[in-house]
Ligand binder design. Structure first.
Ligand code: GLU
Length: 276
């Protein structure tokens, strides 16, 4: 069986020990399986990414001893592909325009009977006349996946949607996500859409990533089904925590691979620090 896995960082900060653990876990798994390891730079959010972080990712991973296939896939260079996939969903009426502002969503959530979140918000398409008026007024909108329409489109296949992760076979429950945004107002795609498409385009057979993204798999397998993409196997790993017991974040400067390298730590020591 072929084995292709990936590491997909966002260049919005320097890589820290948590990233090192994730990248090494995926890389080691590819080596052990005699498989391939690919790299993807998730840089669709041009308001947050910075070129120096992109360059630092490559440098830090190489220092750690990782090797990957060229070319590295940079999402910002493939916006047309995400747009094309979105257009297909628009044509099939599986997505709808959402003109709501964050404030309006927050208000709607506050008055919702069940604990909805901004991501899991469920809205609905506007009446055509209202929508046309807003479009004519140049109002910005996001595209949201309509769970209701997705369910109707897939019929019984929706209810038999399963995927494999480290716990075994899991029944997908995409409804926990609500109507997710597939194309943001500001940059026309989203992490979910771009990531799912790229995993397929890069031939990824095993998605290895942190358990903070465990729930995302439920949505991703639904998107794969709707877009007729192959479904990879999922493997979620533990998260690396700092001395305060909290998950490492980009603000934890001391744990960046740069600062560890500058402090004279070796790649072998970094491996040991994350328990590998
Ligand atoms: N760019 C995402 C992150 O840095 C990766 C998500 C994924 O592995 O699917 O968290």
């Amino acid at each position: 069986m072929s084995f292709v896995t990936r590491f997909a960082p966002s260049p919005t900060g320097y890589l820290h020990l948590g990233h090192a653990f994730s990248a090494l876990t995926a890389f080691d798994a590819a080596q052990a399986a005699g498989g391939r390891f690919v790299l993807r730079i998730e840089d669709i959010d041009q308001g947050r990414v910075r070129p120096e972080f992109d360059a630092a990712i490559l440098e830090d991973l190489a220092w750690l001893g990782l090797r990957w296939e060229e070319p590295v896939r940079r999402q910002s260079k493939h916006m047309a592909e995400y747009e094309a996939a979105l257009s297909g969903l628009v044509e099939r009426q599986l997505v709808y325009r959402c003109f709501l502002t964050r404030k309006e969503i927050a208000e709607a959530i506050a008055s919702a009977p069940h604990g909805e979140t901004e991501e899991a918000f469920r809205g609905e398409a506007l009446a055509p006349a209202d929508e046309a008026a807003r479009l004519a007024a140049g109002e910005a909108f996001a595209w949201r996946l309509s769970l209701k329409k997705a369910r109707a489109a897939l019929g019984s296949a929706y209810f038999s949607l399963v995927f494999e992760d480290e716990t075994g076979l899991v029944r997908a429950a995409p409804e926990q996500h609500g109507d997710v945004v597939l194309a943001r107002k500001d940059f026309g795609t989203s992490y979910h859409l771009a990531s799912v498409l790229d995993d397929a385009l890069q031939g990824v057979t095993h998605v290895i990533r942190g358990e903070d993204l465990r729930e995302a798999a439920h949505l991703h397998v639904l998107l794969q089904k709707l877009l007729e993409l192959p479904q990879p196997v999922y493997r979620h790993h533990r998260l690396i925590v700092g001395e305060d017991g909290k998950r490492l974040a980009k603000r934890d400067q001391a744990a960046t691979l740069r600062s560890l390298r500058e402090a004279g730590r070796t790649p072998a020591e970094v491996r040991a620090m994350v328990g590998l």
